[in-house]
Design a protein around this ligand. Sequence first.
Ligand code: FAD
Length: 513
Amino acid sequence: MKKSDFDMIIIGGGATGAGIALDASLRGLSIALFEQNDFGEGTSSRSTKLVHGGVRYLEDAIKHLSKAQYSLVKEGLKERKLLLHNASHLAHPIQLITPIYRWAEVPYIYSGLWLYDRISGKASLGKSKLISASEALSINPSINPEKLKAAVSYYDGSFNDSRMVIALLQSAQENGAIVHNHHKVTKLHKKLGKLNGVTVVNQINQREDKFTADIIINASGPFVDLVRKLDELECKPLLQISSGIHLIVDRKFLPSPKGIMIPKTSDGRVLFLLPYQDRCIIGTSDNPAILNEHPIASKEETKYLLENINRYLSVKITHNDILASFSGLRPLLAHHGTDKTSKLVREHIETFSASGLLTVAGGKWTSYRSMAESAVNSALERLVKSIDAYPCKTEQYKLIGSRNPISDKIPKELASRYGDQTDKVMNIVSSMDKDEKLPLNLKAELIYTIANEYVTKPLDFLVRRTNIAMKNKEEALLLLPKLAKTMKSELGYSDDLYNKLEEEASDILHSGI
Ligand code: FAD
């Protein structure tokens, strides 16, 4: 630690915390951010990986003539454009096909997507089109042809969520922020009734430290109510938690770069089958859940997803085809009088406690930037009364990795992870001797991510920096022991410590990531 006093301490290193850290550091505030696990290990690496305005919210906006829902779509579409521009190495447009099996649904679905385009205006990624059943099948042969009447093609964005958290934090760090993963905030401290500091415990060596700040932001996602209790033991919960799972299967089930979007399954949910790097991803479910640092896909949720997606596919997916699965917890705002979580609106909330803890919760990945802007404005209004001297700078701020053109000679797979930083990984490759265990590129990525991307534990690398475990659990289990030598030498870990970390990683991989 270089400092012990900060303008702002942020608790939680997911989309919300990382977005706030970048926004605040660009405005010149001194920042420390603490994350109890790895950056993005919570919900932010477990999303459907779509950058979207929210077609589903649009349906609600029309049905209930809701201005709030309409504004949510409009804001989402503006943020979609900014994210695709500012993290261009990690995000790209994706074409989606919506198969339609009843003629009566054609005008409804087509007009909804047409309106989505109109609202996008200049932020549009491409025109929605009504296409024939045969055209839909030629674009995407995996669609179930039986009783297929027509389809609509439309565009949204797709991105690498776990790497986006890292790009945000690296960019914040470049502007002076101090960020630590595997550091848990365990206590909040007050002076004369006002919060002024936190106790942080290093989860690797259990060292405890105390830091002070003028304002503390609780961006702990599904955990915000636990952190609020450190401040006010009796506080009423803000959130209702729901889980959403995803399954990863071979790309043969989607032999096309275009995804499939089912707007309404028999039980009224949205379902996606999307390309995910060299695999494909199926998601998601929406079930009431219990808070857990490592939620896993349950048998029931898996069965639900398989049954539902198979209705829309020509070749059926079985349990044996699942290469990996993961579950994420939605930090949804609690609405009283309903326990059907899919009806809760994905808006965000900012609230100050009596002692000054600013809690930011809810929202969606796509809107992380505008949520951060609003949270930092609120914090500054408290701290200095006027934000005029501290304008937000994130709209036009390109993240590390997306600032320079990428040469065609650089391996595409590496470039899709490191963008304009890939040269640094390639330089490590060229300076290395052969390794008997790890392929050279992978060893270079490990060395690079330890030095530059906060890799501290084996799964930081296998799950969230390279996504290997997200795509194939078995492959990650085979690689795990092969990381030992490099991780020990690069991080100075003792055999005992590393063995403990490896065992923990193996347990997590065996139970589901
Ligand atoms: P998190 O990512 O959970 O981060 C909070 C962090 O705080 C955690 O890492 C946690 O470990 C840490 N923390 C908690 N307590 C402490 C403590 N005491 N000390 C230090 N750290 C602590 N949005 C989209 O835009 N597109 C999508 O396609 C999409 N798909 C989704 C699919 C699913 C299944 C789910 C669940 C959500 C999806 N979302 C999507 C929403 C989006 O993923 C979330 O809104 C977003 O990731 C929430 O980020 P967060 O930072 O608030 O929470």
